[in-house]
Write a protein that binds this ligand. Structure first.
Ligand SMILES: Nc1ncnc2c1ncn2[C@@H]1O[C@H](COP(=O)(O)OP(=O)(O)OP(=O)(O)O)[C@@H](O)[C@H]1O
Ligand SMILES: [Mg+2]
Length: 459
């Protein structure tokens, strides 16, 4: 059967010079560009010079063997599919090969047509997987990303940036108020990355006591401290080959910030109490609900670390800036909770929907979700009505910046309008004073002074 012309490069690692040459030539004649090396070490040192899609590796090699080579190849930024070749076609060897991550294995003596056919098959599988990833990303880009829902302009911008950054290895900083979906976004980024088969390790930096952080992150050697009875790998090592998600990164104490920066720059860690360093290959995602730029200015966060983790910054907008997303999400949550509670509830009454739109949602999607869960549990109607909503939501009155009133005594003073407007802008930009000052066209000091004044006046 004629195979489509492939531009793929096949890496052949075989210590028998004659066989290696036959393979390189034979595969070349069958449309597969190939390069050959006599040992794993040579192949690895030249690895970056070619775009390798498939590696054909002999099991028995001088020096590093085929199984170890398989492990090393899986650590490459763009790992190739590995086909192991062996003269010993036992079940035990096959199992060993598959465990080591090989996509296929061939028993010698080799028939060149069979080798070419199997390489093409592995390449086809690779293409199908890449295409599935691409399609999944395209679908997500249209009306959501992973489990993130909502179709507001602000969210579509976030989905677009998330979808474009997913396949790369660049560090992503997710910023947004509490409950805006940062963790959901981090998990979806991992699932749509080329590391999706690897681990996803989530760490909440503020939940680990300062004195334990280093050993939790980097691991420790036996005897490093009183309770260290055995070597213990840290979260960095557990995330090897996958994604490490550092949540609430702003809370990382200064000394750890320096150690984290070093680990990220050198891509190496040293467990507490150990002399040996370990290589780590992972994609870093961080999240914060603080203004990190401001923290850099006040000296609470290292600027060099900030640049390192902030290669791509995705802002998740607060729910109140997401227009009718609040109703879309509410409907989704009503259906979800009604189904699991076996209740027949179709949606929201017009009045309840209006209250949800007016409310400011300081706890964002998390607060909305809890609010709907409660309403579904309590309601005795087919629709959620205002009475099913918590008091704070039900009785909230939107404070508009400019108040239209017929009675002149109800009109606010200029200073009052200014106060409301400043607070509104600040709310819209997630509390970031530097951004708010830019929008308001005043310098930051002026803004700080106003805010101090409002605080002292009890606002
Ligand atoms: N766009 C969304 N669509 C659907 N569900 C969402 C969305 N955003 C958040 N959620 C849900 O809201 C809850 C909070 O989300 P998540 O934990 O990802 O927020 P977060 O930004 O990490 O919050 P925090 O800063 O408090 O850790 C979760 O139950 C999540 O499933
Ligand atoms: Mg979170």
């Amino acid at each position: 059967m004629a195979q489509p012309a492939a531009r793929a490069t096949v890496l052949i690692v075989e210590d028998d010079d004659d066989l290696r040459e036959i393979l390189v030539r034979g595969l070349g004649e069958r449309g597969l560009k190939s390069v050959g090396y006599g040992s794993a070490e040579l192949a690895l040192s030249a690895y970056g010079q070619h775009e390798i899609d498939v590696a054909l590796v002999d099991l028995k090699l001088p020096g590093m063997d085929g199984i170890a080579m398989c492990g090393r190849l899986s650590e490459q930024p763009r790992p190739p599919a590995v086909v192991l070749m062996t003269a010993f076609g036992s079940v035990a060897t096959a199992v060993k090969a598959v465990r080591a991550g090989a996509a296929d294995f061939l028993v010698k003596p080799l028939d060149l047509d069979v080798v070419a056919h199997r390489v093409h098959r592995v390449l086809d599988e690779q293409r199908v997987r890449a295409e599935a990833r691409r399609l999944r990303a395209a679908v997500d880009r249209a009306d959501g990303f992973g489990e993130l829902e909502g179709t507001s302009v602000a969210m579509r911008q976030a989905y677009d940036l998330l979808a474009r950054s997913a396949p790369s290895d660049a560090s992503v900083l997710l910023s947004g108020e509490s409950g805006t979906g940062k963790e959901l976004a981090a998990r979806a980024l991992h699932r749509q990355s080329r590391r999706s088969d690897g681990p996803f390790v989530a760490v909440n930096c503020s939940a680990i006591p300062e004195q334990l952080l280093e050993s939790e992150l980097f691991g420790h050697a036996k005897g490093a401290f009183t309770d260290a009875r055995t070597d213990r790998p840290g979260l960095f090592a557990r995330a090897h080959g996958g994604t490490l998600f550092l949540d609430e990164i702003a809370e990382l104490p200064m000394p750890m910030q320096a150690k984290l920066l070093r680990a990220l720059e050198e891509r190496r860690i040293r467990p507490v109490g150990s002399d040996a360093e370990q290589d780590v290959d992972l994609r870093l995602i961080t999240a914060t609900n603080r203004d990190l730029e401001e923290r850099c200015e006040t000296g609470e966060f290292r600027e060099d670390l900030f640049f390192r983790i902030n290669v791509i910054c995705v802002q998740l907008p607060p729910l109140r800036a997401r227009g009718t997303d609040v109703l879309q999400l509410a409907q989704i949550f009503v259906e979800q909770f009604a189904e699991s509670a076996h209740k027949n509830i179709v949606g929201l009454s017009a009045d309840a929907a209006q209250r949800l739109c007016d409310y400011r949602w300081p706890g964002n999607v998390r607060e909305l979700k809890n609010c709907i869960e409660r309403a579904v549990a309590l309601t005795e109607h087919e629709e959620i009505v205002p009475g099913d909503l918590p008091e704070r939501v039900r009785s909230f009155r939107a404070s508009h910046v400019v108040v239209a009133a017929d009675d002149p005594s109800e009109l606010p003073s200029l200073e009052e309008v200014e106060r409301r407007y400043i607070l509104r802008v600040l709310e819209t930009v997630n509390g970031s004073r530097s951004t708010a000052a830019r929008i308001l066209g005043v310098d930051r000091k002026t803004l700080y002074r106003r805010l101090e004044r409002y605080k002292n006046a009890g606002n």
